[in-house]
Design a protein around this ligand. Structure first.
Ligand SMILES: [Fe+2]
Length: 140
């Protein structure tokens, strides 16, 4: 899983977190190829916490700037976390590395690529637009 400039949003904190995600998913894939069970478990634990933290950071920025697509974007994040937890739980039960390698590649890597290039970049463009175009945060 290779980082490329086309994934950049131009928002430093988010770009840094995305690069960290790429690096860790890359290590997860490498440890699966090597059959390094301990490292697989470590990477799954790390990623479980890190994606929640990272999505939380994006979502905070969305709320602060009154991003109009916040609810849709958060829903997509929440579904990914559910999917990730399912994959992790299944690995914990079966320890099946070949199966996990396919899931990580087909589900996680593909999801991250599509999500960053689509929804995240849409948010990046919103953030870099003049602040006057941002809607105020509506609180109930
Ligand atoms: Fe996102």
């Amino acid at each position: 899983m290779q980082w490329e400039t086309r994934f950049e949003l131009g928002v430093e904190e988010i770009d840094r977190q995305h690069q960290e995600l790429f690096a860790r998913v890359g290590r997860l894939e490498a440890s699966l190829r090597e059959g390094d069970h301990q490292q697989v478990v470590e990477m799954l634990d790390f990623l479980g916490d890190y994606v929640v933290e990272h999505f939380g950071c994006e979502e905070r920025k969305m709320k602060e700037t009154g991003y109009p697509f916040f609810a849709i974007h958060k829903g997509v994040h929440d579904r990914f976390v559910e999917l990730f937890l399912q994959i992790k739980a299944e690995y914990q039960q079966t320890g099946e590395t070949a199966w996990l390698a396919i899931k990580v590649h087909k589900v996680m890597v593909a999801w991250l690529h599509t999500h960053i290039l689509g929804m995240d970049q849409q948010f990046g463009r919103y953030l870099s637009a003049p602040a006057a175009t941002h809607r105020p945060v509506v609180r109930a």
